[in-house]
Ligand binder design. Structure first.
Ligand code: MN
Length: 446
């Protein structure tokens, strides 16, 4: 567990103006409030808020967010009150803690209440201050890291599903890719342990077989770019088991065909250099058709910017290359949190990249009930996803283009395996039909 001075030092390292006294008070307040409570892991409960604060410090968030992380469970789980927090800290922090507490209450009820309603409240709560969502995501991340300690399997699976359906997409929506990847991987481990284990074994096998290959590819890419007159930073990373699994399902490729497991990244200084680097790579290697995407001239809705291409690269390997500037890179990895890196204490829900959040809020205010809200076509802003319902009204989020078969697998693998037909909004529909937002899907099994 991180000690008090370590946390303070970590925050001071990126934000020298952070209120040291308030950070110390929050640490002690949380420790005292949680007292002798224990986690399922057997650790003292207060290790949890401290870990959450640590995750937020890694994201280089402002002191108010770190303090909220330390205090986030005190109102819900101890005798401490919002008034105490307002008195000891400031009204701003009390508001943030209140927002996170409200979200936690939603979670506790989610068995009884409809997920659509939860989702609506979630968006409302986070729209007041994006930091509420950031703290909630850090809270969820630590809970997912320690999920295996929970004894109740049904509860573990429910939390994992909720993470996959709601929190990972939200993390992606605000551009926090690292957070999204880790959330997904923990949920994947809980929901499909066998699939994940086989994938990990396959990845290990490919890694061993291609020993040193990633390094050789990076070296050659680096040389190619240097001789093209560019100063670039080249790195490589293995795709996550979950992203590989999803690709296998979407494209129907088998385990044996699975070779494209590395993605390479080229980071340069300017936009011009990004296109220059693309030109150098394309003139040296054969391009794989259909893989080029220009997210610099047309950013994704979450403000992600990068050039993507696929080439037959060094070692005659099919590789994926992403090219971007340093600033784009920070935004791609950290999403909204990157703003604190660039200008301390800056935004809440202002700025262009939060337009989707404001639009969402707008829809919320004008839709009379949550079902209508989700059916609302303006949910198009979640351009990469569709939201559908089970006959009982549970919300299932799927990638855009998903069919009733994907839906069936998302509900349960047994249902997927035995699926022979589907009714969409009460009518029989072919299994290849693409689902639309708000569709109610009933799977017919054999
Ligand atoms: Mn918590």
């Amino acid at each position: 567990m991180m000690r008090q001075f370590e946390l303070v030092e970590r925050v001071k390292a990126y934000d020298p103006a952070a209120d040291e006294g308030a950070l110390n008070r929050a640490y002690v307040f949380s420790m005292k409030a949680h007292g002798a409570q224990l986690r399922a892991s057997g650790d003292p409960y207060f290790s949890h808020p401290i870990e959450v604060a640590g995750i937020l410090a890694e994201m280089k968030l402002d002191a108010a967010s770190i303090i909220t992380g330390l205090l986030h469970d005190t109102v819900e789980d101890t005798v401490a009150t919002l008034e105490d927090i307002e008195r000891l800290f400031d009204p701003d922090i009390a508001k943030l803690v209140d927002g996170v507490t409200k979200l936690s209450r939603l979670e506790l009820q989610s068995d009884q209440t409809k997920q659509a309603e939860n989702f609506r409240k979630l968006v409302l709560a986070m729209s007041e201050d994006i930091r509420v969502l950031l703290v909630k995501l850090a809270d969820r991340l630590h809970n997912m890291r320690t999920l295996h300690f929970l004894k109740d399997e049904e509860r573990r699976r429910r939390i994992a599903r909720e993470t996959m359906e709601i929190y990972a997409p939200l993390a992606e929506r605000i551009g926090m890719h690292e957070m999204k990847d880790e959330l997904e991987d923990h949920a994947f481990a809980e929901l499909h342990p066998d699939a994940r284990a086989s994938l990990m074994a396959r990845l290990a096998f490919l890694r061993e077989k291609g020993e040193g290959m990633a390094e050789r590819i990076m070296e050659e890419l680096q040389e190619t770019l240097t001789s093209g007159g560019l100063t670039a930073e080249v790195s490589g990373r293995e795709k996550t088991p979950y992203s590989v699994w999803r690709k296998m399902q979407q494209k129907n490729v088998g385990f044996e065909q699975l070779s494209d497991i590395m993605a390479f990244r080229v980071v340069v200084d300017t936009v011009e250099q990004s296109y220059h680097a693309l030109g150098v790579i394309h003139s040296r290697y054969s391009v794989v058709p259909g893989r080029f995407k220009d997210y610099i001239s047309t950013p994704k809705p979450n403000n992600y910017r990068s050039l993507h291409t696929g080439v037959i690269g060094p070692e005659r390997q099919r590789i994926e290359v992403q090219i971007r500037t340093r600033e784009m890179h920070e935004v791609a990895e950290l999403g909204v949190a990157a703003h604190w890196v660039y200008k301390q204490g800056a935004p809440r829900t202002e700025g262009r990249q939060y337009r989707w959040l404001r639009e969402l809020l707008d829809i919320l205010e004008h839709a009379s009930d949550p079902q209508e809200f989700l059916e609302h076509t303006k949910l198009e802003m979640f351009q990469d996803q569709v939201f559908c319902f089970t006959p009982k009204g549970d919300l299932i989020a799927l990638p855009r283009g998903a069919t009733p078969v994907d839906f069936a697998y998302a509900v349960h693998s047994v249902i997927g395996d035995t699926c022979v037909g589907a009714k969409i909004n009460g009518r029989l529909a072919p299994l290849r039909t693409q689902l639309a937002n708000g569709d109610q899907v009933e799977v017919i099994t054999s």
